[in-house]
Design a protein around this ligand. Structure first.
Ligand code: PLP
Length: 300
């Protein structure tokens, strides 16, 4: 059991320590990054919006033509068993469908592959350390790369196709920034590695409509705005308009609402976390503890 507390995996119905979890080198999941996945947070012993995450995962499976032979209930049961066995109270829980191995030598026909499901969990991941997030993080807009077009790799199907993000992250890290944000080929703001982005104009909160994953945290932000009396809009966000924002923040299942203090050499909200983002960040931590959105982990 102690092993599983560092992380556990569900593979073929077995729950094993994460350090023992592996897939074959000839799996198309590795050789072609041919994977659809999703990540649901567990917070204080309960999944947050579990049905929404699993519903999005199943939509990704359908769009990507993955057949894992498991329905919504079976996926939830696997996640439940795995997290319960790990005894983790706060966890990052990934569910993954890989294209699998092609049993026919040399075949390039994806229909021949043996698709398979696995899952893994580790202690909760904050994509930006909580202290740094509370102060307002820094974001570099990638110059050498644009977000891959949605008609090439559909960003609504959560995937492992991270070449564009990785290039952006090298640019950002080489310049001392925490993370990167990518534009599309029309000059609109899209998203970054593991997060959606929001710009605040007065009491109006705007997030891009297209070329992005429909983040569950993004949806939670839109829901929270309605509750907080803020207006929200989901629409294109051109970079020129973005520069005029009062505040900027990110949304992710890995840490909720993350205020941004600096983008490139431009300081937002006086180079600190803005009041709207800070309020939504606190509200998010309240929301993930709310009974209405929680599915208790059934620990042994
Ligand atoms: N955009 C991308 C590319 C992501 O990978 C993620 C999460 O990992 C998000 C946005 C945020 O989505 P969610 O709020 O569902 O975690």
């Amino acid at each position: 059991m102690t092993d599983l507390n560092q992380g556990a995996a569900w593979m073929g119905g077995q729950i094993i320590p994460i350090t023992d979890a592996a897939i074959p080198v000839t799996d198309w999941g590795l050789t072609h990054s041919d994977i659809a996945y999703d990540v649901v947070p567990v917070w204080r012993g309960a999944f947050f919006r579990l049905d929404d995450y699993v519903t999005r995962f199943i939509a990704s499976l359908t769009a990507g033509r993955y057949d894992i032979g498991m329905d919504h209930a079976a996926i939830c049961a696997a996640l439940q068993d795995m997290v319960a066995a790990s005894r983790l109270q706060d966890a990052y829980v990934a569910m993954v469908a890989a294209r699998g191995r092609n049993p026919i030598a040399g075949s390039r026909d994806p229909r021949d592959c043996a698709n398979h499901f696995y899952a893994w969990c580790v202690p909760y991941v904050h994509i930006v350390k909580p202290d740094a997030a509370a102060q307002g993080t820094s974001v570099w807009i990638a110059k050498s790369v644009r977000r891959i077009p949605a008609d090439s790799v559909n960003p609504r199907v959560k995937n492992y196709h991270w070449g564009d993000f990785t290039s952006g992250l090298f640019e950002a890290k080489d310049r001392g920034f925490e993370t990167t944000l990518l534009l599309d080929h029309q000059g609109n703001v899209t998203e970054g590695p593991g997060f959606n982005v929001f710009a605040v104009f007065g009491d109006k909160v705007v997030t891009p409509d297209a070329g992005v994953l429909h983040g569950i945290t993004r949806q939670t932000v839109l829901d929270m705005c309605a509750e907080a009396g803020l207006t929200s809009a989901v629409r294109p966000l051109p970079l020129e308009e973005f520069w005029g924002a009062d505040e900027v923040f990110l949304s992710s299942s890995g840490g909720g609402v993350i205020p941004v203090a600096r983008v490139d050499d431009r300081h937002f909200s006086n180079g600190a976390a803005g009041p709207v983002a800070t309020g939504l960040r606190q509200r998010y931590f309240d929301w993930i503890a709310r009974d209405t959105h929680r599915t208790d982990v059934l620990y042994p």
